[in-house]
Design a protein around this ligand. Structure first.
Ligand code: FES
Length: 165
């Protein structure tokens, strides 16, 4: 049984038992299901974080272009990350910290549709996290992007964040 099959097996087992648990508990249960789908970072382990888009707190992610900050304290060094709904069933999850000098970037808005850094005015693509405007001094690189999976049947997004076992 591979990692994805094991995760689905555990998930269906929990659902079959009618158990409702928070993402932190699921995270603990599934901690052995870490994935690493980034061939560029072979030593970085990732762990799933589950986000229900039926939860009223996440309603912003039910519209294309919607974006929110999130935090999973035990992962990603406890740093905020951003999720953007880029297409009907496609999401972008990425670091919220500017690669220039570490300021937190703004999520897209009607005034500024890019990921905008207020410190030195770098801008990043809300579709890919790529730099589209360099800061007014020095240079920035693309924002780190995290793998995602969208389950349309359950309207649930899984984000794989870096962490330590
Ligand atoms: S820290 Fe973001 S542009 Fe300088």
């Amino acid at each position: 049984m591979n990692t994805l099959e094991r995760r689905e097996f555990l998930k269906s087992g929990l659902q079959g038992l009618g158990i409702t648990v928070c993402s932190g508990t699921i995270l603990t249960i599934l901690s052995s299901c870490e994935m690493n789908e980034d061939p560029m970072q072979p030593d970085v382990k990732t762990f799933p974080v589950f986000i229900s888009l039926d939860d009223p707190a996440n309603q912003e992610l039910n519209r294309i272009g919607g974006a929110m900050y999130y935090n999973e304290s035990s992962l990603n060094n406890g740093e905020d990350f951003i999720i953007i709904k880029v297409e009907a069933e496609k999401f972008l999850a990425l670091s919220s910290f500017c690669t220039h000098q570490g300021c937190q970037v703004n999520i897209p808005s009607s005034d500024k549709p890019t990921l905008f850094c207020p410190c030195h005015f770098a801008e990043f693509s809300p579709m890919t996290g790529e730099v589209i405007k360099q800061p007014n001094q020095g240079s920035a690189t693309n924002l780190p992007v995290f793998n995602t999976e969208y389950d349309a049947i359950n309207n649930r997004l899984t984000v794989y964040l870096p962490g330590n076992a």
